[in-house]
Ligand binder design. Structure first.
Ligand code: NAI
Length: 345
């Protein structure tokens, strides 16, 4: 475990004090956590992820705070409940790692952070688009070798290109605004079209098939639920332009990675930009540089010239981290006072 962060005496904060275990804690989070906590709770940071083998660590804690790659499936939630945990705070927007039905059955209260800076993720999405399109990684590698030739660096203008946004909610909406500035034609596919976006960004809601067939760039921003699992698979990828760029900053399971790699190799997909990866659990957020057996699929992806992968860092800005921990602490404060969290699932 990482050292205890805050332990204030009962006399100063007795009405709020709750023992909280923070799983998957990373050093980059500490200053944001310290700032948001204001000494109200007894917080313990644990670098390991929540799972069947680590649930026991929560003995004696009323609340646990988890992140995207923790395992809050039914058996793990049952363990937590038996240990006396009452609250699970997800410090992320996506909560596909939590079995919400099981939590409800067990009487566990669960919250997330639905509204933290969508700008962080939307801007990273554009960073992936530009870096892939303008071959920035190859350009930098060439530069380092004093190879100043421009062969293999030819990109395309974003201006005038058609971008299809799949899942046009908070992040997709911000992305639409940014891409409008680039002069892109915007298409969106969403279960619940937002008429405001049509007016504000001039985007057009179209059926999924039409979006796939006509977009030069496709960007995924739907949550991962059974209906969206492998939304981009061999079949749907075959309906896309062979030059299309696919960007996924949503969740790894939205894309059948092997199918996307096969499409790239066969010249049926132009570019692939991922911030999330189907098999990232147990790998991303950790240093695996000394591993004897690296992930072969990830290695194969990274060997492709038109693939760019970042390690689930789209959310990683000062502003988003401040929002995440402020909102999480507000939920813990509410629970400690016997109130519901504003963001209960
Ligand atoms: P949101 O809830 O505001 O937007 C999601 C949109 O998807 C909504 O408009 C909804 O109607 C639509 N949608 C849901 N199910 C659908 C379906 N089956 N078919 C079509 N549309 C559907 O969520 P927000 O804040 O924009 O986040 C989107 C996702 O981005 C999150 O669920 C999360 O998985 C991911 N994310 C990734 C981060 C990263 O660091 N890479 C950080 C934050 C979020």
């Amino acid at each position: 475990m990482l050292p205890l962060l805050q332990h204030f005496s009962l006399s100063t904060t007795c009405h709020l004090l709750m023992k909280v275990l923070i799983y998957s804690a990373h050093e980059y989070e500490r200053p944001f956590l310290t700032h948001a906590a204001q000494g109200k709770h007894e917080l313990q940071l644990e670098s390991r992820a929540l799972g069947a083998a680590t649930a026991e660590l929560a003995r004696g804690y009323e609340a646990v705070v988890i992140f995207t790659n923790d395992d809050a499936s039914a058996p793990v939630l049952e363990q937590l409940q038996a240990l006396g945990v009452r609250y699970v705070a997800v410090r992320a927007a996506g909560h596909d790692q939590v079995d919400s039905a099981a939590a409800q059955r067990l009487g566990l209260r669960v919250c997330n952070v639905p509204n933290y800076s969508p700008y962080a993720v939307a801007e990273h999405t554009v960073a992936l688009m530009l870096a892939l399109n303008r071959q920035l990684l190859r350009a930098q590698a060439n530069m380092r070798r004093s190879d100043f030739r421009l062969d293999q660096l030819v990109g395309f203008n974003l201006h005038g290109k058609t971008v299809g946004i799949i899942g046009c909610g908070k992040i997709g909406g911000v992305l639409a605004g940014i891409l409008q500035g680039f002069g892109c034609q915007l298409l969106a596919y969403d279960l619940y079209p937002n008429p405001e976006f049509v007016q504000r960004y001039g985007l057009r809601y179209v059926p999924f098939e039409e979006l796939c067939a006509t977009s030069d760039i496709i960007s995924l921003h739907v949550p991962l639920v059974p209906a969206t699992h492998y939304l981009m698979n061999a079949d749907t990828l075959a309906r896309c332009k062979s030059t299309a760029m696919l960007i996924n900053t949503g969740r790894g399971g939205l894309v059948d990675t092997r199918a996307a790699l096969a499409a790239l190799r066969a010249g049926r997909l132009g570019y692939l930009g991922l911030d999330v990866y189907e098999f990232e659990k147990g790998r991303f957020f950790e240093d695996h540089s000394q591993d004897a057996a690296p992930d072969p699929l990830l290695e194969e992806l990274l060997a492709e010239p038109n693939v760019l992968v970042t390690g689930h860092q789209a959310f990683l800005t000062n502003e988003a981290l401040t929002d995440i921990f402020t909102t999480t602490m507000a939920s813990l404060d509410a629970w400690a006072q016997g109130q519901p969290s504003e963001h209960e699932l």
